[in-house]
Design a protein around this ligand. Sequence first.
Ligand code: GDP
Ligand code: IMO
Ligand code: MG
Length: 432
Amino acid sequence: MPLLVVVGCQWGDEGKGKVIDCLAHDVDLVARYQGGNNAGHTVIVGDRRIVLHLIPSGILHPQLKCLIGGGVVVDPQALVEEMDMLAASGIEVQSRLFVSETAHLIMPYHRKLDHMMEARRGENKIGTTGRGIGCAYGDKVARHGIRMHDLRDKDQFVKKVKTFSPFYQHLFQSYGEDVWKVDEVVEEVWETRDRILPLVVDGVSFIHEQLSAGRRVLAEGAQGILLDVDFGTYPFVTSSNPSPGGVCTGLGVSPRQISKVVGVVKAYSTRVGAGPFLTECAEPLNSQIREWGGEFGATTGRARRCGWFDCVALRRSLQIGGITNLALMKLDVLSNLPEIRVCTHYLLDGRKVEILPFGVETLSRAEPVYETFPGWNEPIRKVREFDDLPPQARNYVKALEDLVGAQMDIVSVGPDRDETIVRDKEIFHHSL
Ligand code: GDP
Ligand code: IMO
Ligand code: MG
């Protein structure tokens, strides 16, 4: 069963968009399984830079189809805007994009509530993307959600919005916020309905038909395992399961159908928003790495926090992710540094800790312990074979591999498709 998963192994923005773009030529269907338009996946096509938030990055490959799975939360306005953006770039979307009927809608009140809650969290602010993601997932779990299939019948749709509205009216009032009108909410969503409804399918049958016909499917992860609501640095996480478990619930496939899991990691660490980040660099290095790596959010434009590679964090992701291949991204960004640090373990209450502990309070007592490696101080973007990298760069990669016990099968040395060293060519042959 050729079902390949691409998953971020840190706190998001590892370069999943580029990896998916590199793998997609050998794929028939790319499916998003969780998250929503909090994601920002960058793909460089020639001299164009395209950022996808909701539509799978595979859409840029004209031969394949794309599915937004039932585990995704969909902001209908954002979806239509993205379809328009792609159409304006000459990319055919309407006939190639499918949306699962069980995907929940991000309603206008979810976006507003996201901002209201953040404003009231004070120093516990999560630093969400403000897209209403957590509030839409909250309603899904509370069984107050509205799903794609509800767009089929306006009376039913209005009835649902009316049923849920008193809860929200009450909440907004108690926060001293403007109460919203049911009609306005309905109209805002309904404006997009004729564009979206033709794409709505039974997403589970759709993907199973594809798999049964021997088509190659790539499941596109958003965010990263350390932002997973169950396994990440809770509560500083997103509200879904980016880890491969989310593939099964988000697409309705069995774990037995997953053939490969490609984990994507940056050669250093970044995080956007609040939350524990033990290897975060002090200034001015933090800003320098941000500038070299262009570390500004692809969705919100926020400055990403930058720090050293954290083996303790990656070991947790490898434990959860069942990763079969690793892709190490942005090695070129470290080219200016005289020396590079890697966190090998933490010290916690005098004990050595090798795997990321759970609990923010526990993490606040942990201290990172580093090993320092010499830098290479020369550009590497033109290198295409691992053996042609400067010896210090090879040593750095090999040291990471030894420290986490996994091989880096892809080493990326620039944002472009061809700025890639592929050490295990098998990774590109998806027909297993
Ligand atoms: P994603 O969310 O995991 O898809 O990652 P983002 O698109 O948010 O951020 C990754 C950024 O790094 C994008 O601007 C990519 O174009 C860029 N990028 C990806 N791989 C490389 C690389 O190897 N080197 C450099 N310098 N940039 C890269
Ligand atoms: P991609 O797919 C990096 C972060 C937010 C915030 C936390 C919760 O591009 O890697 P949310 O809006 O999801 O409730 O915010 O999660 N976050 C991301 N950080 N990359 C992402 O996506 C992210 N999506 C959400 O910054 O800290
Ligand atoms: Mg991103």
